[in-house]
Ligand binder design. Structure first.
Ligand SMILES: Nc1ncnc2c1ncn2[C@@H]1O[C@H](COP(=O)(O)OP(=O)(O)OP(=O)(O)O)[C@@H](O)[C@H]1O
Length: 251
């Protein structure tokens, strides 16, 4: 069995309009690594993350993730297996606005074996409700458990989204620009939290960012994409801001 948690072999993505966004991307990420995926707007970062999570089909090559291998999209069985072992956080937290922070975290169990009882905290078994409260505590929001999601600040909302992504203790956390919609202080707070949780839980972390300081501070490896191709893959410790600047500016 491979020690890689993610293996991408010559992945290609052509959207239905004919736009080719991934041009034969190959990479492997080992268990426990924390990887920042960077690149200018339109480089294909989000597309790659969505293909990895099976949210978009690839049109060439293959993907191995969490012991599931597929060449277009995961099968229904593979999708169920992935949902148990993967946590995904988006730039816009995507909370259900009219329900509580706790219910939103309980929603993290959707796709697990408890089914419809993950729709609302009041329906969830007591043990899972307790786990959801633990996840809220881990992101420092246990006191807000009963607050409606639409009364939370952007930073608090993103922390609830992180709690929702970690409640089922995923081995792999994928985050697409988790700090991009936040002000600098809240963004740094969310990234610090994310990184701390990944380290404490031994999870593998793959995140995209436009912030060079975040890329260097919260990862141990940086991979850069430009026009759908990998143009840099190096340990964060060997890189400086000035190495990343041209990539961020698309040079
Ligand atoms: N569903 C889609 N259909 C057609 N084209 C798409 C679709 N999603 C993304 N694209 C295009 O694919 C290219 C790559 O987009 P993607 O969002 O992956 O880039 P990105 O590196 O994440 O950019 P950003 O940093 O701006 O978020 C862009 O030109 C985008 O317009």
């Amino acid at each position: 069995m491979s020690s890689s948690i993610i293996q991408v072999e010559r992945a290609e993505k052509i959207f239905s309009g004919g736009l080719k966004v991934l041009h034969g991307v190959s990479l492997a990420i080992a268990r426990g690594e924390r990887v920042a995926l960077i690149g200018p707007n339109g480089a294909g970062k989000s597309t790659l993350l969505r293909c990895l999570a099976g949210l978009l089909p690839i049109t060439g090559g293959s993907i191995g993730i969490l012991d599931e291998h597929f060449s277009t999209q995961p099968s229904a069985r593979q999708r169920r297996a992935l949902r148990k072992r993967l946590g995904f956080v988006f730039q816009f937290h995507g909370l259900v606005r009219r329900t509580s922070a706790l219910s939103n975290v309980v929603n993290g169990y959707l796709g697990q074996d408890i089914g419809w009882r993950a729709w609302h905290q009041a329906l969830a078994p007591a043990s899972l409700r307790a786990e959801a409260l633990n996840a809220l505590e881990a992101v420092g929001l246990e006191e807000k458990w009963n607050a409606r999601a639409d009364t939370l600040s952007g930073g608090q909302s993103q922390r609830v989204a992180i709690a929702r992504a970690i409640v089922h203790k995923p081995e792999l956390l994928i985050a697409d620009e988790p700090a991009a919609s936040l002000d600098p202080a809240a963004g740094a707070e969310v990234m610090t939290l994310f990184h701390r949780l990944a380290v404490e839980r031994g999870s593998t972390l793959l995140f995209t960012t436009h912030d060079m300081d975040h890329a260097l501070a919260y990862s141990d490896r940086v991979i850069a994409l430009r026009q759908g191709r990998i143009v840099l893959d190096a340990s964060s410790g060997s890189l400086k801001r000035c190495d990343l600047e041209p990539i961020f500016h698309g040079q």
